[in-house]
Design a protein around this ligand. Structure first.
Ligand SMILES: Nc1ncnc2c1ncn2[C@@H]1O[C@H](COP(=O)(O)OP(=O)(O)O)[C@@H](O)[C@H]1O
Ligand SMILES: [Mg+2]
Length: 241
């Protein structure tokens, strides 16, 4: 039997009377990179927030075989879910090191120190800039810091909301490389992206979200070679991404 780390079933979220997520079911196998791709407004952020438990939703979510639908955000974090939001949400006036420390605040000082060392090993740039205020970092460095801070909680499932947003193609490549490295370390990844071309390069499995519903799903190779999807999501722009 395959081991789904995350299984979200029939998720629905409405803002006022308007349904932004309309019966979405997705799964993430342990140790995989799963991507949800879709245009701006498709419902990607809403879906992640519902899975994280920060928005009221209907449907059911199970994690590592246990139902977490009715649990608090706190409990979900303790179980190993972690969301890096689209807006990064760093503390601009605090140093890189202090932002990282905050990510591990639920853990003991010794565990925190050990994980901080691992994060610095993964992101040498953050070590170099450990005393710098987060607000003065470049866009790429801010994304690295947001990911590093999430890793301080030692997540089992890392949910990334548009990590490539606003970054130059070369920096996007760096971010994708790191996401792959994290997966190789055993972290399961749920990657949400408008940048379908980038996401499909590293994903194992992909869902296409359109107007709040899954319009297609399959392996990244299947989705990448679906003529209809190539035209609507992948045909634009050319170049590497
Ligand atoms: N706080 C909100 N209040 C009302 N409508 C919202 C809110 N957040 C998002 N929406 C609407 O829900 C839909 C999905 O938004 P979102 O999940 O942010 O999409 P995506 O992340 O794919 O760009 C959009 O139509 C958006 O306008
Ligand atoms: Mg979004």
């Amino acid at each position: 039997m395959s081991a789904a780390l995350l299984s979200a079933r029939d998720m629905r979220v409405a803002y006022g009377g308007v349904e932004a997520v309309r019966g979405v079911s997705i799964e993430a196998q342990k140790g995989s990179i799963v991507t949800v791709i879709g245009a701006n407004g498709a419902g990607k952020t809403t879906l992640l927030n519902a899975i994280m438990g920060v928005l009221p939703s209907s449907g059911s979510v199970s994690f590592a075989g246990e139902a977490i639908t009715k649990t608090s955000l706190e409990t979900r974090v303790a179980r190993g879910l972690c969301l890096v939001p689209e807006r990064r949400e760093l503390f601009a006036n605090m140093s890189v090191a202090d932002n990282l420390e905050l990510g591990g605040f639920r853990r003991s000082a010794s565990e925190r120190a050990e994980t901080l060392e691992q994060v610095y090993a993964r992101f040498p740039r953050l070590r170099e800039r450990c005393a710098q205020e987060a607000g003065t970092l470049s866009g790429g460095e801010r994304q690295m810091l947001a990911m590093g801070r999430a890793l301080m909680a030692r997540p089992r499932l890392l949910m990334l909301d548009e990590p490539s947003l606003g970054l130059a193609p070369r920096i996007v490549r760096d971010v994708l490389d790191i996401v792959q490295a994290l997966r190789n370390d055993g972290v399961t990844i749920l990657l949400v992206e408008q940048n379908a071309r980038a996401a499909l390069q590293i994903a194992d499995y992909a869902y296409v979200l359109e107007l709040g519903a899954v319009s297609a799903e399959g392996t990244a190779d299947q989705i990448s070679s679906d003529p209809r999807l190539v035209e609507s999501y992948l045909g634009l722009g050319g170049g590497d991404y």
